[in-house]
Design a protein. Structure first.
Lengths: 779, 223
């Protein structure tokens, strides 16, 4: 059976590989060179990028200097940025003028690849001196292009002050030096505040004033300098970013020191315009257009030259608009001969229309996806689902080993792209059909006792066809859990009403999803400074109830005193010492101690996991843990067999959403991964973040397996089957919707979310099999 | 007090009631739609909508009582008190259940109130009037497991379908179409009324079929 789980996991990886291919970028040598030797308007340029800068953050009240100055000599532009609204792809867009692919969001966490061309490369080629201070991602992207630089780490989100002071410190030195041409600054403090407190926090206002003051200081100490202040992406109303809401995808661009007009255009247009403004070559990767609002100070002949240059560069990327460009060139030449304004304007219009068409076409064209891989992966996952069903209904299969070998071979071959897609698709179809034919619905119906929850679980993935139900998936789980409970109300009213009321209460702690995400929830209320006492009370209540539930589960056989100590220390850690690093490490040591002691005694992972969950969850979420345990007790008492298993499965999924997660990547709480750490260390942060995300689902599973009458292997097979079924449907739905407007903002994150759920379930199953093997060998 | 019903006589009048009900509920919904009242059905200003529905139910009962006084549940003064008690408790339970399913607890009182009143009017009021408060309470308590082979089945069908319509109406609430009729409680109220209308259509057809069988048995063919 375990081999089938591995096959399913490999298929998921294959699908990801086929859906998000790493694009190969060809750096073409431009056939058309910029022959203009005219002096640019500004000698120096200062580019300030403030991470997570929202449109409404630039105003008279928040940034007085900027708001006043751009009205005199400058302009305010609304910049439309593409998804994913995460730093690395946005910096790439700002510098290369192209739209990075969704895969960059994963690469954002590992080290990014080098770029082939960008505005920085072009400036470096023209022997411009560039200094950079800020997010160290720039140093990874442009390792040799800065005359002086210093990077700051972007992953330690709890630091608001030092990360920016380290930049400002260098800025003060640079103002007095004259040997640089371009200064680039990337401030991270605002983004960090947003992640932890959200855009309405008073800390935001202080930070914006700080930024305003710094820019004012640089401005007053420099002359003839072009200033560009922008954000790489925005910030959503709940504080994070990564999705496609309006505040995330619209950022301000403030230009100072240049006569220009207010406008609205795309972020990818910035490098091309910047190149013209600074007298550089336009990067070969740019697919942006030139904007007359920024170039109004140029003479018509200079403007036409720039337009011609950009349009011809764009034309090299795709065959569109050939005739119009020739006509435009013709008008351009005529204009140069007799200086007729009308001809010049006509040429400009033709150039602009063509470059708009080409730019938009290039922006829209989707990356080639490997349909063969997608088909093979989906069919393989389907096969695994059928295999598990066959096992449940007791059907014996002939040549099982041969089939397994065939499946693994097909997966590996498809991944390495050794054979033609068609042959592999045919082989996969044969395997799949063979399994379908052997599948007997009647036999299955006889061996299972269908519960309401099972039927709804089967129908649930069909809701993924609608993007709204993907965004609001939590509503589905809450609603149908409520329906299940209301059926049970007729059997035993009092306890089930209590259960219903508990679910209703737990829903209010965190608002997730898209439609009602900005509605204030209990967590927001508890985090307010004036309600700190209530937060402390909630924390104490939750921890005491956790102690009770731990007592109930292990009945003092497993070092209960350690439990009490740990829970008390967690209270101190969260509420008193403000997450002191040393205390965090002490807590992890104690938990490790408990793990070794309890596992030896044969109590399994459950008592330890209870403590881990208490340690990692945010204080306002702690109440979920004892509620989970009590609910599980109630299920064990009131439900039988299939209902019991499905109820725990549902509880795990429901609490996942109640904790504050949903199907968007912005909901993963990275700040939870720093217990006992003072720096970003991927090997320690990532496991903590994963354990935090899946704390409650795993707790539900462990509470189910505690019951001696439950066959753990069978339950795990059931869970894997449901996860595989869900992910197969997600694969199919995403493939159908691959040209949908929301493909990158809703469906692609769902694939990642489901792949992550599946991966973690696979880890759970592996740990279980591992512990079983160890038990067999040592007992 | 259990009333002995002669199935044929009882169902003839109820059949008429059901046919009339299915027509007037559907017409009522269309009327509300065209007068742009559908979106404001939850407002206290428009409470006359519910009064009309309630009055219709009472009228049907009175017509039933006057045309066939033997098969109808007799109401005494004590019964009136019991019926109001039953209606209030059903209202309260529906309100609480609506909140447990997700309606806001500390706001939108008007909306949830009107929703609960509509559900009560359509499920509890007819049953309470026609069959008496005790039978109505029994029916509600055994919502999932009721099985009888007399006329009560039809009433149960109406209750179930109305509640199912209310439940189903919640599907459109999380969609991101940003339409005004997606807000609570409008889709659920419309769902209840539509469920009630559909239930009446089905019971009319069932009674028509049943009546046909009875006539055959009695040897009379009326076409």
């Amino acid at each position: 059976m375990f081999l089938y789980y591995t096959i399913a996991t490999l298929s998921v990886l294959l699908y990801l590989h086929g859906f998000f291919p790493i694009p190969a970028r060809i750096a073409t040598k431009p056939k058309y060179n910029n022959t203009s030797e005219a002096k640019p308007h500004n000698q120096k340029a200062v580019i300030v990028i403030i991470d997570a800068l929202r449109l409404d953050f630039i105003s008279e009240e928040t940034t007085p200097f900027l708001a006043k100055t751009y009205k005199n000599t400058g302009c305010f532009t609304q910049l439309k940025v593409e998804t994913p609204t995460v730093t690395l792809p946005r910096i790439k867009a700002l510098t290369t003028g192209n739209v990075p692919q969704f895969i960059d969001i994963i690469v954002n966490l590992a080290s990014p690849t080098k770029l082939d061309d960008s505005i920085i490369h072009r400036a470096h080629a023209r022997k411009k001196n560039i200094v950079f201070y800020g997010d160290d991602i720039w140093l990874k992207l442009f390792p040799d292009h800065f005359k002086r630089s210093e990077g700051t780490s972007s992953f330690y989100v709890n630091d608001f002050k030092e990360v920016d002071d380290n930049v400002t410190r260098n800025v003060k030195h640079e103002i007095n030096r004259t040997d640089w041409d371009i200064m680039i600054l990337h401030y991270l403090g605002l983004d960090h505040i947003g992640h932890v407190f959200g855009p309405k926090s008073p800390l935001i206002l202080t930070k914006l004033k700080e930024m305003d003051d710094i820019i004012e200081e640089i401005y007053n100490n420099s002359k003839q300098t072009l200033f560009i202040v922008t954000g790489d992406h925005g910030m959503r109303d709940s504080g994070g970013h990564g999705g496609s809401t309006f505040p995330e995808t619209n950022v301000p661009l403030v230009v100072l020191g240049l006569p220009c007009k207010n406008d609205t255009f795309a972020q990818i247009d910035v490098p091309a315009n910047l190149a013209v403004l600074l007298g550089l070559d336009i990067p070969t990767t740019s697919i942006g257009q030139l904007r007359s609002s920024l170039l109004s100070h140029l003479s018509l002949s200079r403007y036409l030259e720039a337009l011609k240059y950009n349009t011809l560069l764009l034309r090299e990327k795709t065959d569109l608009c050939e005739e119009s460009i020739e006509t435009a060139k013709h008008f351009h030449e005529l204009y140069l001969m007799n200086k007729n304004e009308d001809l010049g304007n006509n040429a400009a219009k033709l150039y602009r229309d063509c470059s708009k068409k080409i730019s938009e076409r290039l922006l829209k064209s989707s990356v080639k996806q490997n349909v063969g891989s997608l088909f093979v992966a989906t069919a393989m996952v389907g096969c695994v689902v059928l295999k598990i069903l066959q096992k449940f209904s007791g059907v014996r299969t002939h040549h099982a080993h041969l089939e397994q070998v065939a499946m693994v071979t097909v997966l590996v071959v498809q991944f390495l792209e050794l054979f033609s897609n068609l042959i592999l698709m045919i082989v996969t179809s044969v395997i799949f059909l063979r399994n379908i034919v052997r599948f007997n619905l009647k036999h299955l119906a006889a061996t299972t006792d269908l519960s309401f929850l099972t039927i709804v679980s089967v129908l649930h993935p069909l809701s993924f066809l609608s993007s709204s139900f993907l965004e609001e998936e939590h509503q589905f789980w809450y609603f149908f859990a409520g329906t299940f409970v209301s059926f049970k109300l007729f059997d035993e009213p009092r306890s089930w009403v209590l259960m219903f009321a508990t679910i209703r209460f737990l829903r209010t702690i965190n608002q997730v999803g898209d439609k009602w995400a900005a509605v204030p929830d209990l967590a927001d209320w508890l985090l307010k400074r004036e309600n700190h006492l209530f937060l402390q009370l909630a924390c104490v209540l939750a921890l005491s109830l956790s102690a009770c539930s731990s007592f109930m589960l292990t009945k003092r056989k497993c070092m209960f005193i350690v439990d009490v100590l740990v829970l008390f220390l967690i209270y101190l850690y969260r509420m008193v010492v403000n997450e002191n690093v040393v205390l965090g490490q002490v807590l992890w040591m104690l938990i490790l101690l408990k793990f070794f002691y309890c596992s030896v005694r044969g109590h399994g992972l459950l008592p330890t996991w209870l403590l881990i969950a208490n340690l990692l969850l945010k204080p306002y979420n702690l109440i979920l843990i004892p509620m989970c345990v009590f609910a599980s007790q109630h299920f064990h008492r009131a439900l039988k067999a299939e209902d019991l298993v499905m109820a725990h499965w549902w509880m795990g999924n429901l609490l996942f959403f109640a904790q504050g997660h949903d199907n968007s990547l912005a909901s993963v709480d990275i700040s939870a991964g720093y217990v006992g750490l003072s720096n970003y260390e991927p090997a320690l942060v990532v496991p903590q973040v994963l354990c935090h995300t899946y704390a409650l689902p795993v707790l539900s599973h462990l509470l189910l397996f505690r019951n001696k009458q439950i066959d753990t292997n069978k339950c795990l097979s059931l869970f894997v089957m449901f996860r595989s079924y869900i992910i197969a449907v997600v694969f199919i739905v995403t493939f159908i919707h691959r040209h949908h407007l929301f493909i990158w903002s809703v469906f692609a994150p769902k694939i990642f979310a489901e792949a992550s759920h599946f991966g973690f379930l696979f880890v759970e199953v592996s740990c279980h099999y591992l512990s079983q093997t160890i038990n067999k060998f040592f007992i | 007090m259990q009333v002995k019903h002669s199935f044929y006589e009882y169902s003839q009048i109820l059949h008429g009631n059901d046919v009339v009900t299915s027509i007037y509920v559907l017409l009522f919904i269309i009327f509300l739609n065209y007068n742009n009242l559908l979106l404001k059905v939850w407002s206290f200003d428009n409470i006359y909508i519910i009064i009309i529905l309630a009055a219709a139910e009472v009228t049907k009962y009175i017509i039933h009582a006057t045309r066939d006084s033997s098969s109808v549940h007799r109401h005494s003064v004590k019964d009136l008190f019991m019926i109001s008690l039953m209606l209030t408790s059903v209202f309260g339970i529906v309100y609480v259940i609506a909140i447990l399913f997700g309606a806001p607890v500390f706001s939108m009182f008007e909306e949830t109130f009107i929703f609960s009143v509509i559900v009560t009017t359509v499920t509890a009021l007819p049953v309470g009037l026609h069959l008496g408060p005790k039978a109505a309470v029994n029916m509600f308590l055994s919502l999932t497991s009721y099985d009888s082979d007399n006329i009560h089945n039809l009433f149960m069908l109406k209750i179930r379908l109305s509640l199912f319509g209310a439940w189903l109406g919640a599907i459109v609430i999380p969609l991101d179409w940003n339409r005004p009729w997606q807000n609570w409680p409008i889709p659920c109220c419309i769902g209840t009324l539509l469920g009630y209308a559909v239930a009446n259509v089905i019971t009319s057809l069932l009674q028509f079929q049943q009546r046909g069988k009875l006539l055959k048995k009695a040897g009379k063919y009326i076409l």
